[in-house]
Ligand binder design. Structure first.
Ligand SMILES: C[S@@+](CC[C@H](N)C(=O)[O-])C[C@H]1O[C@@H](n2cnc3c(N)ncnc32)[C@H](O)[C@@H]1O
Length: 341
């Protein structure tokens, strides 16, 4: 399936439209190859794709792959990226793990057709793939909120792990970790990449705000001079807010579904609980009504995180980094000595 400029999905069938199908394959667009885990009847969530070629190239560049490196890829998808990895690292040096057995089988067939020798394993990539470890490079092509420690354990000291990383509020950035001899890995965020989540780290679907209105929960109205644009649309601000407030998601609903109207409501939601807040923008306004509902003050948490980021000098996301160890993941600003969130 092809995504147009407005984010609309258009099905393309190879047999019905071979010219359009081939043009899509050679376009610089992500191509969706599965919805709703292949189950049908869902909300139309994209669950597998061939990633946008320029993003694939950017991630391969970050991976700094050399001939002879042993590589673990998480998220085989179409097998396109696995074929590129094998072309660079060499036959038999790439293991690619795909959680969906039907997708894994299709990728095996595609890879056989290209003559690229890749070990495709149908399993949860969160466990890595110990039988082919240690790896010099680990590349995830699905986003995580927490880097699985198995990836660190199965990589050689000096090796690199490259993964899309995000929060329910901000998906996401690219995280590039260097593996150390003490069993940890650390490195900085960089790059703007939005990937589908690894299956077991997907934030739950937001659902409708109306379904979250409960008569026994208080509703509070106030106003703010903070424009949603500054918190939601500034890449670095929203990255930092997501790090500080990991259990919050947002959605923007334009009046009449028309972004040109300039009138919209931003909703903040707790993906794991009933709290929500609405934040209203009307054209020309300088004060914005906020309504909050439920036990958490989501707008207050967002405003605190935005203030923290502003007072820290509005750091770019590239100044943030993460350390992964057996005890979990820590996100920091500038240095591991300054943990955030
Ligand atoms: C963006 S696609 C990968 C694109 C792929 N590398 C390519 O070149 O076509 C993400 C893939 O990750 C897979 N995936 C999601 N969670 C996974 C997990 N826990 N382990 C392994 N694969 C996973 C999805 O089924 C999907 O096929």
């Amino acid at each position: 399936m092809w995504i147009d400029e407005n984010g609309k999905l258009t099905p393309i069938h190879r047999d019905d439209s071979p010219t359009e199908w081939m043009a899509a394959c050679y376009s610089d667009r992500p191509l969706i190859t599965q919805l709703d885990d292949g189950m049908g009847g869902g909300e139309g969530r994209s669950t597998s794709s061939a990633s946008m070629p320029t993003v694939v190239a950017m991630m391969l560049d970050a991976l700094d792959l050399s001939p002879g490196h042993r590589v673990l890829e998480i998220g085989t998808g179409t097998g396109y990226n696995a074929a590129l990895l094998a072309a660079r690292a060499g036959a038999g040096n790439v293991t690619s793990v795909e959680v969906d057995p039907a997708i894994a089988e299709r990728a095996r067939e595609a890879l056989r057709a290209t003559g690229r020798v890749v070990g495709v394993v149908a399993a949860d990539g969160g466990d890595g793939h110990a039988p082919a470890a240690p790896y010099d490079r680990v590349l995830a092509t699905a986003a995580v909120r927490r880097v699985p420690y198995a990836w660190v354990e199965q990589a050689r000291p000096g090796g690199l792990i490259v993964t899309p990383w995000g929060t329910p509020f901000h998906n996401g950035a690219l995280l590039r970790l260097r593996v150390h001899g003490d069993g940890t890995a650390s490195g900085h965020f960089g790059g703007n990449v939005a990937f589908m989540w690894v299956r077991d780290q997907r934030p739950p679907p937001g659902g409708a705000v109306e379904d979250r209105v409960r008569p026994d929960h208080p509703t509070t109205d106030s106003t703010t001079d903070l424009h949603p644009f500054h918190a939601l649309s500034d890449f670095d601000a929203s990255f930092a807010i997501g790090v500080r407030v990991p259990a919050m998601s947002s959605v923007v609903v334009f009046d009449g579904d028309d972004p040109a109207s300039g009138a919209y409501t931003a909703y903040l939601m707790d993906p794991y609980g009933p709290s929500w807040a609405s934040w209203r923008v009307d054209p020309g306004a300088t004060e914005f009504p906020v309504r909050r509902h439920g036990p958490r003050n989501l707008f207050g948490e967002l405003a605190d995180a935005y203030r923290w980021w502003s007072e820290a000098g509005k750091p770019a996301h590239t100044r943030f980094g993460a350390t992964i160890g057996p005890g979990g993941q820590t996100v920091w600003l500038d240095s591991p000595a300054d943990p955030v969130g």
